[in-house]
Design a protein around this ligand. Sequence first.
Ligand code: ADP
Ligand code: TPW
Length: 565
Amino acid sequence: MSEAELSGDMTDGFHLVVDALKLNGVDTIFGVAGIPITDLLRLAQNEGIRYIGFRHEQQAANAAAIAGYLTGKPGICMTVSAPGFLNGVVGLANATTNCFPMILISGSSDRNIVDLEQGDYEEMDQLSVARPHCKAAYRVNRPQDIGVGLARAIRAACSGRPGGVYLDLTAEVLGSALDAETGRKSLIKVVDPAPASPAAAESIDRAIELLANAQRPLVILGKGAAYARADAEIRSFIETTGIPFLPMSMAKGLLPDDHEQSAAAARSYAIGNADVVMLAGARLNWLLSHGRAPLWNANTKFVQVDISPTEIDSNRAIAAPVIGDIKSVFTAFNAALKGKIKRQGPWMDEIGKRRQQNVERMAARLNADPNPMNFSSALRAVRNALATQPDVYIVNEGANTLDFGRNIIDMDKPRHRLDSGTWGVMGIGMGYAVAAAAVTGKPVVAIEGDSAFGFSGMEIETICRYDLPVTTIIFNNNGVYRGDPEGMPYTPTGLLRDAHYEKIIEAFGGKGYHCTDTPSLTAALTEALASGKPALINAVIDPTAGTESGHIQSLNPKSAAAQKK
Ligand code: ADP
Ligand code: TPW
């Protein structure tokens, strides 16, 4: 029902959804229009909510997920029923896996027909499909329940460990009428959706005690620590105690990468030799080799700070669990320190020595200028252009492009690096870039493998339509991981040789660049950033550069039968 048709003392589901969103401070919706949500999106836009329309729901849902990470409030994605909903579920599950707060709101077809499987347009039992992929799933069956439905979705997304929430709105509810006063009273403004949860005092003391007795302590900061917005508290703890730290990839910039206590350039040494490791907002999952040998030492003891109690002991025994939100916990740590943890000079010196050796070893590779470019030289060219631009948000996906990018592109500010994350997923690139530009208003540089870019490449039109300050750089080596040899048929990892990706953005009025050397790449990125306009740089890399699966080649299954021969 459009606004014009609404009689004075009546409201409807469309209006109640928009009123509930506005009441709870939602200012942006990402989505794709269609039956039954088109009028809902129009109304939201007319009522002052910014609507960002995508070309595919997966990217809209990923945009909402990263908007949640960047703002600390649930990002909102709206989709049509069945196929549109299913496309969005990838982003919903990605949000849940990465602990980002987001809400996927999908319209759904007539319950009477869906439940009897009578064959409706876009028929699907969406609630059941969504449930395994999110923290919570709710369906609203009456217009007077819209307020409760959204309130529950917001709380579930933000409180405790954040995650994705599914909210199912039936077409019938959207169109249902309700008297305006009853409708208004049914809405809920959520108070304190992510309440502070301080840890038990004895758990704080246990952790400080363990660290105070360590000779080789190490702090690993994860994206949960970045999400917690405890930047000052964490920095104060690290600098007061003198403990070296390692940032997980999306925690880079929480303390600047050039901080003297960063052990990033001596990662294996620091992990393998630490006697006590404190994990702060980081899970001991595959990204940390599950805490197992050969990277880890069997005798290392752990402190783990996490908001989720069931994370503890998930892979290794945790000697000192600290359950609480990181801002409260680090405030309590700092108050409890009282000089108890002393800087461990010999340990820091040893880490410093290894760091120096590794930096020198890397410098030779980084400063080389091969023709054609390789990952290191092209990333050096990108880094040079970014050197004076600390405000830029970096999006990064691919295999080698991700691995080299993580190491070579230093971060100076928290929550400015957005990448494939916990799943190692391809396809987040353009969704994350659109959302980062939209919710921060700052420039974004998306550093993309050519294969990775293909998963969301059509959103270049979205970037151009909204004139967003996003520069996409494609590390083009003609393939998944790398290109096929000249003159050979395409293999499963091959992609079109010498593709001119820069022409894609030209079709939409953006600026394309074709760069085959490092000076032109630095110049193109500098010009693109100065313009503040959509740009796409096709950075041509040596097709033989890159290793299969990047740094995680060992995860490819090997035939046991073949090994026995
Ligand atoms: P990374 O990939 O950077 O290692 P993970 O995504 O594995 O990080 O871990 C993030 C962890 O942070 C999760 O276990 C999550 O429960 C936790 N977390 C999220 N927000 C907070 C918070 N505010 N306080 C404490 N822990 C948090
Ligand atoms: C949703 C598997 C991991 S990395 C990658 C794929 C397809 C692309 C690597 O090539 P790219 O990067 O981007 O050109 P580079 O730097 O090595 O040349 N489908 C999904 N997620 C994943 N992770 C894959 C497939 C994969």
